[in-house]
Structure formats: C-alpha cells, structure tokens
Write a protein that binds this ligand. Structure first.
Ligand SMILES: C[S@@+](CC[C@H](N)C(=O)[O-])C[C@H]1O[C@@H](n2cnc3c(N)ncnc32)[C@H](O)[C@@H]1O
Length: 326
C-alpha cells in the first residue's frame, strides 16, 4: 500500500501517549482492510508529480485562499494534460475548490462558503491543536493551518479522500496537516485538542448523542467545539427521522431543529452553547461539475418546489453551533 503514516507519527510528539493506540487502529481499519480500488489509486499516486523533497523550494502555494492553490516549482516542467488525467482518476472531487499545478479543480461543494460562515465565529487558531472529524479530503485542514494552527489532524474513513489528500500533500513542503483513515469511534480519549470540528457529520450518525459525547472526549478542558449539521424548521421538540432516504441520501438518520440540537448539546454536557449561523444550501454551493459527474443538490429537490426534497422533507438547511467543554 502506497500510503504510510510515518510522517504523522514523526511530527506529533504531543500525541506520543496515543501513538500505540492509533497505530493499532490504523492497522485494523486500514492495513488489514484493503479497498478494491487501492491498487489503481496507488498507481495513480505513483505517477503524479511530487515535490515534497528538500530539493524543491516551494514558495508558490497558498493554503489560505478560497481556491487553495498549489503552484509548479520554479524550473519544473509539468505535462498538464497528463496530470489532469491522473487527478481525474481520483474523481469524484467533492470538497474544494483547488488549483493544483495550474489545473482548476471545480469541486461539487464550495467548501470555502462553509468556511466563511464558520470562520468569523471561532476562537483564533494561532498555535492551536485542531481536530477535524469527517474531514473529507482535508480542504479545511489547510484553511486551519493557514490561520496558524500548530497541528491540524483530520480523520475520515473514506479511502478516496485519503488518496486525494495524499496527492496534494506530495506537492507541498512538509506541514502539520495529517489525515488518518479512521472513524471517530476508533480514536482514543485525547482530551487535549484546543478546537474540535465536526462539520457535516452528525446526521450520518445513528446515535447523535453518543457522537456529541465522543467529541467532548477529544477536547481539553475549556476547549472549543464547532458542530455543523443539517437542521429542520420547528420548535425545540422537533426532530425529523427520515422514513428512508433524505435528499436521496440513505445514511441520514436524524435532523433536529436548532432548539432540539441546543438541548442535545446541553444534555451531552456542553457549555456556553451558541447558534452562530443557519443557512439553506443553494444549488450554487452544491452542484455537479466537471470533477463530480454524479447527481447533486438540484436533483435532490422537488422539481415543483425547491423548498422540499424529492421525498417531501424540508430542503437542506445547515446550522453551526459553537460551544465549550466545561
Ligand atoms: C458530508 S461529509 C462532510 C465533509 C466535511 N467535513 C465538510 O463539512 O464538507 C461527511 C464526512 O464524514 C465522514 N464520516 C462519517 N461518519 C464519520 C465518523 N464517525 N468519523 C469520522 N468521519 C466520519 C464521511 O466519510 C464523510 O467524508
């Protein structure tokens, strides 16, 4: 398998007490469970350029821009058509946008729009250790590093996203963003992260209260938790459990109103709970693109009434809560 996690272990002495547990989890969940497409993705990764050697003085990249940009090092020739072809082997590209070696990757989601809704409300990330649960391909990890995070650790079990992240990491100088292909349930009780993000993850959990409680185990005392999830209109007694699919997604279990989610956070033990944003997802933010050829939000909405999903539920709307660990 082409991806090893040595650099993560080398760079995270502050997590030393947890390295043995994480190594065992990676063995059980990654090494011992090969994915059917791994060898194809391994070959693609091996053919893509890599500049993460000390020979390259990479300065032309920008991890803080809305379209995260990774440029070509001075004096290097890139076969752009071939590189684009290789990057397309990692489709669908859902989270972004990116500009990689001069190739614009227009992703399904404008993740930069989500970041702009969240960013003004969080504590400054300077020198903070940050954990991003369900990080996707790590788009937000780079935005966090650009804001000064000393460690940006993401976890996500989806194998394709790990390959996308690795392809990008191979083009960058050594940095302290890391993605481990694990689920939150596989993590130890760190109790040390300054900020823990769970963006777009809660509604995928069969047991939302357990997920919220689990997140507290990762944060230090007083640490900040940032929860973004689908919500429905209604009072604090309103929770939607879709009968089957929601917006054509099979793995959506639980959509609370903002009032019900506030109560859940309170019952889970969160303090200083603040609702900082509610936003109905637009078909400009989530859409099919050249890099994501499947159906997207437009196809998930009732053609006669865009306020409803095709199943007749309220159309996707997302809330951001920020709270602290007592
Ligand atoms: C809707 S995407 C959100 C991605 C990104 N956080 C964002 O907001 O754009 C949900 C991601 O969470 C991951 N995921 C689901 N359950 C998880 C869990 N228990 N632990 C870690 N990741 C999880 C999925 O693999 C998927 O990539």
């Amino acid at each position: 398998m082409a991806i090893d996690f040595q650099r993560f272990f080398d760079c995270t002495s502050e997590l030393h007490a947890f390295h043995a547990d994480l190594s065992a989890a990676l063995h059980a969940e990654y090494t011992a469970k090969p994915h059917g497409t791994d060898s194809h993705w391994d070959e693609t990764l091996a053919q893509l350029p890599r500049f993460d050697s000390p020979n390259f003085k990479l300065t032309n990249y920008d991890l803080g821009s809305d379209r995260i940009r990774i440029g070509v090092p001075d004096g290097v020739d890139i076969d752009r058509d071939r590189t684009k072809h290789l990057l397309r082997n990692f489709m669908p590209w859902r989270k972004g946008p990116w500009e990689v070696l001069g190739i614009a990757i227009d992703t399904e989601w404008h993740s930069d729009w989500k970041w702009h809704r969240i960013c003004p409300h969080i504590s400054p990330l300077n020198d903070r250790r940050v954990l991003d649960i369900g990080t996707g391909n790590g788009y937000f990890l780079y935005r966090m590093l650009a804001l000064g995070a000393s460690l940006a650790l993401g976890i996500d079990p989806t194998r394709l996203f790990l390959y996308q992240f690795q392809a990008l990491q191979n083009l960058l100088p050594a940095n302290n963003a890391h993605l481990l292909p694990l689920r939150s349930e596989h993590l130890p009780r760190f109790e040390l992260f300054d900020t823990v993000f769970s963006l777009g993850v809660l509604y995928h959990q069969r047991s939302p209260l357990d997920h919220l409680t689990e997140l507290l185990n990762f944060a230090r005392t007083g640490g900040e938790l940032v929860i973004e999830t689908l919500v429905v209109p209604g009072n604090e007694d309103t929770i939607l459990v879709p009968q089957d699919r929601y917006a054509k997604m099979a793995n959506v279990w639980f959509l609370p109103s903002t009032g019900a989610l506030h109560n859940l956070l309170h019952r889970a033990g969160y303090v200083n709970i603040r609702l900082v944003d509610v936003n109905q997802t637009s078909v400009k933010e989530q859409r099919a693109t050249e890099w994501m050829g499947f159906q997207s939000l437009q196809d998930f909405l009732d053609p006669a009434d865009s306020q409803l999903t095709v199943e007749g539920y309220p159309a996707p709307r997302r809330a951001v809560f920020i709270a602290n660990k007592a």
